[in-house]
Design a protein around this ligand. Structure first.
Ligand SMILES: O=C(NCCc1nnc(-c2ccc3[nH]cnc3c2)[nH]1)c1cc(-c2ccc(F)cc2)cc(O)c1O
Ligand SMILES: [Mg+2]
Length: 216
């Protein structure tokens, strides 16, 4: 049967990236998506250009939650920038995506920093404290189903997983868009939000990221 897009993306990583070199893995995926086949990775403009890399470096988080692993592109981007001893927990709902992402993360040599958990964010977030020993998250990268951004943010609050200064960074708040999340986070006194205009990965379509600091 025909291979899937994530399988073809993994093939490109294996063929053109150097094992143990995360930057070459990121470059291989960007080249594949720009020249061969588009895929929904946050990409190099929203990634390097400005926001994702600069926010991770600025926050220098000890604990990160990523919602929506997909093929592990942003997982590798973020994990490369983490300080020693920091941990990234990434949640993936789709077992096929998870299988590919594990191999991409392993190729980058980042298994020690990354804990990929399969399942739905709604089920897993309430287990973060007891099962994963998380006190709170310094950074949350929202990049999963766009209609899960708001309910999962409220769940993180209810589970006491955000503390004063925790940063939420949401991809795709313009395209595909997450209007209810934007409405909530921009009007809530519990957050201070900032919008970073950008483009949908590998295209000229308008998109943007929303960075919100939890005020406690
Ligand atoms: O759907 C997206 N991303 C979500 C994938 C995912 N990967 N994993 C999940 C998951 C969903 C529940 C979960 N619950 C727990 N983990 C979960 C993970 N969702 C997405 C879509 C686009 C896009 C734009 C324009 C188009 F024309 C077509 C597509 C661009 C992007 O940057 C995206 O991130
Ligand atoms: Mg995205």
């Amino acid at each position: 049967t025909r291979s899937t897009r994530p399988q073809r993306l993994l093939g490109a990583v294996r063929r053109t990236a150097t094992r143990g070199d995360p930057r070459s893995v990121v470059r291989a995926i960007d080249d594949f998506c720009r020249h061969t086949e588009w895929a929904m990775n946050v990409g190099d403009e929203k990634g390097t250009g400005c926001i994702l890399d600069s926010v991770v470096s600025e926050v220098s988080p000890a604990t990160v939650l990523e919602l929506g692993t997909y093929c592990g592109y942003s997982t590798v981007r973020i994990a490369t920038l983490l300080p020693p001893g920091a941990k990234l927990i990434t949640l993936e709902f789709n077992p096929d995506f998870a299988l590919i992402a594990r191999q991409v993360i392993a190729w980058a040599g980042l298994e020690e920093k990354v804990h990929l958990v399969e399942g739905s964010s709604g089920d897993l977030i309430p287990l973060m404290k007891e099962k994963f020993g998380v006190k709170s998250f310094d950074l949350v990268f929202l990049d999963h189903w766009k209609d899960r951004y708001l309910p999962d943010t409220k769940l993180l609050e209810e589970c006491g997983l955000l503390q004063k200064g925790s940063v939420l960074l949401a991809d795709n708040v313009i395209c595909p868009g997450s209007p209810d999340y934007l409405e909530y986070i921009r009007n809530s006194p519990k957050y201070r939000s900032q919008h970073f205009k950008s483009h949908l990965e590998y295209t000229k379509v308008e998109d943007g990221l929303e960075k919100s600091v939890f005020l406690g």
